[in-house]
Write a protein that binds this ligand. Structure first.
Ligand code: NAP
Length: 274
């Protein structure tokens, strides 16, 4: 792969993202003379922007709402991006657009870090049925969990995801029953980015469950705080963010920094924003 000539984050909006802060810290640490820019791209302008990025020899990340659309524009997808149907990391080589999904590895690493005792054949509940829910399902396959119940406000999306992931995955029909039996409950909706709304009532979650909120914000999310107050082990999305960002940097720069070195640089860069 040719070294990227530009590094960007594509999203709409993008200003809330911590990625520019830590990706620029990694670039500085590695002595790479590039800047990682956040580019706000409205959905109607996505195709035009991607064409320019091919010409520019760019690489980068993709965030809400473009992960599924960018997958459709790629010329080549890694097996995991193909499985998820969404791209959060891309690069170009001689005009060819390559897509990958490091959210899966980020999720798996976050579970291994924060829920190391997740039982074999665990029962997982995912709240939401968008691109990150699909990445969580692919991560659950890697973690060999027993059953995943998908809870979504648009039931057809939960049913489509369940079909995509086979016998492990089910569209939930009884929210309280699946929450009561869960070993791990994951919020893959944007609820909690701002405001005080909770994705589900912590008291509906069974006492043995751990909770992983993919959302993060300064001072942790209201759901993480409420779940912890109920006595549950609960963690926000920062570890997943750090791990997916380190994996993306490795793709672009051919493992120039070790995973531990990247973690140290990233956590230090975002330390003041936690
Ligand atoms: P997405 O593709 O837009 O999907 C969002 C899902 O949440 C959809 O199922 C949507 O339902 C549902 N939803 C949205 N608002 C809702 C509400 N008010 N009540 C109930 N359900 C609601 O987004 P995504 O890419 O999956 O990302 C979801 C969130 O995950 C992001 O906001 C981001 O904060 C977080 N995330 C974090 C990381 C990390 O590294 N920590 C990585 C990826 C994502 P409908 O289909 O009905 O609209």
């Amino acid at each position: 792969m040719t070294r990227p000539k530009r590094l960007v984050l594509l999203g709409h909006p993008v200003e809330q993202s911590l990625s520019p802060i830590f990706q620029n810290a990694l670039l500085t640490h590695a002595g790479i003379p590039l800047r990682y820019e956040a580019v706000d791209v409205a959905p109607v302008a996505l195709a035009r922007n991607l064409e320019q990025l091919r010409v520019d020899g760019a690489a980068g990340n993709v965030t809400v709402p473009h992960k599924i659309s960018v997958a459709a524009h790629c010329d080549w997808l890694t097996p995991i991006a193909l499985r998820v149907g969404a791209v959060n990391t891309f690069w170009t080589d001689d005009g060819t657009l390559f897509g990958d999904n490091t959210d899966v590895g980020g999720f798996v690493a976050a579970v291994r870090t924060h829920v190391p005792l997740l039982p074999d054949h665990a029962r997982v509940v995912i709240l939401g049925a968008g691109g990150s829910a699909s990445a969580v399902l692919a991560g659950c396959e890697e973690l060999t969990v027993g059953r995943v119940d998908i809870v979504a406000r648009t039931p057809a999306r939960a049913e489509a995801l369940a079909l995509q992931f086979g016998s492990m995955a089910h569209a939930a029909t009884d929210l309280n029953a699946v929450l009561a039996e869960a070993d791990l409950v994951v919020n893959a909706t944007p609820i909690g980015i701002s405001g005080e709304e909770l994705p589900v009532d912590p008291h509906a979650i069974g006492p043995r469950a751990s909770v992983l909120d993919l959302v993060y914000r300064r001072g942790e999310t209201p759901w993480v705080l409420a779940c912890r107050a109920r006595g549950l082990q609960a963690t926000d999305g920062l570890t997943m963010l750090v791990e997916q960002g380190a994996l993306a940097f490795s793709r672009w720069f051919d493992h120039q920094l070790s995973p531990q070195e990247m973690r140290t640089v990233i956590w230090s860069a975002i330390g003041e924003r936690r």
